[in-house]
Design a protein around this ligand. Structure first.
Ligand SMILES: C[S@@+](CC[C@H](N)C(=O)[O-])C[C@H]1O[C@@H](n2cnc3c(N)ncnc32)[C@H](O)[C@@H]1O
Length: 222
């Protein structure tokens, strides 16, 4: 992909170029490969939480920030949810859109090429807001945008988050880590359906920490 590969964002070009390379390669994957939606444990945990709270996927509005190649959004659209999914990379939106076309999900999912920050998210307007491995790249806007995302969840709705924590190699600019305590204090009073931290060695000398949460906002009668 050449030319304008992403909208203007806070993350350095080098990082955006790294993700762009991965998504651009995916564009030449077969329809069969793209139709396989491999979602990780965070979304499995959300699916479980939806099931045990008897939430009806068919009536749910979902916002996904930094959606990348679109597997998560397509997976939830397949369950019947209506999604708006945002990413700043042309290649991400192209591969995500291609997936939705192959799976005939266009009625349920709108992939939007945009900055995930810099526009208002209506208060209590989504049943689920998802932000996996992305808010940390907003730096000084990470926490304010997270608060806006959290405020956008309807009573009884869900917030699904993951991000890096220490240990992590130094970056320039420094990633805004949201640690376990900070995350839980932002979601005080919510029901925690799933929470975890882990460390992964990506390659020798590169150990990275992660935190994730699936939490439900108190409902109107709770
Ligand atoms: C580490 S990837 C995570 C993608 C996906 N959420 C996942 O978990 O596989 C980070 C994503 O955030 C997107 N991104 C970074 N800054 C962004 C911004 N300001 N607005 C929208 N997307 C952004 C990148 O394009 C990339 O797709």
């Amino acid at each position: 992909m050449t030319g304008h590969t992403h909208v203007r964002v806070a993350a350095p070009k080098k990082w955006m170029d790294g993700w762009d390379k991965i998504y651009s390669q995916m564009l030449s994957a077969s329809d069969e490969e793209l139709s396989q939606l491999n979602v990780g444990s965070r979304i499995q945990q959300l699916e479980h939480a939806l099931a045990i709270t008897e939430s009806d996927a068919k009536n749910m509005d979902v916002l996904e920030l930094g959606c990348g190649y679109g597997s998560v959004s397509c997976y939830l659209a397949k369950m019947g949810c209506r999604l708006v999914a945002v990413d700043a990379l042309v290649s991400a939106i192209a591969v995500a859109q291609k997936r939705a076309n192959i799976l005939n999900l266009n009625e349920n999912v709108e992939f939007r090429l945009d900055d995930m920050d810099g526009w208002p998210i209506e208060l209590e307007s989504y049943n689920v807001v998802i932000a996996l491995q992305c808010l940390q790249y907003l730096f000084d806007r990470t926490v304010p945008r997270m608060r806006e995302a959290v405020a956008a969840v309807k009573p009884g709705g869900f917030f699904v988050y993951s991000g890096n924590i220490l240990p992590h190699f130094d970056t320039d600019p420094p990633i805004r880590f949201i640690d376990e305590e900070e995350l839980k204090s932002e979601l005080e009073g919510w029901t925690i359906h799933g929470f975890g931290t882990e460390e992964r060695i990506m390659k020798p000398g590169d150990k990275r920490g992660y935190v994730w949460i699936v939490a439900r906002k108190p409902g109107l009668d709770e």
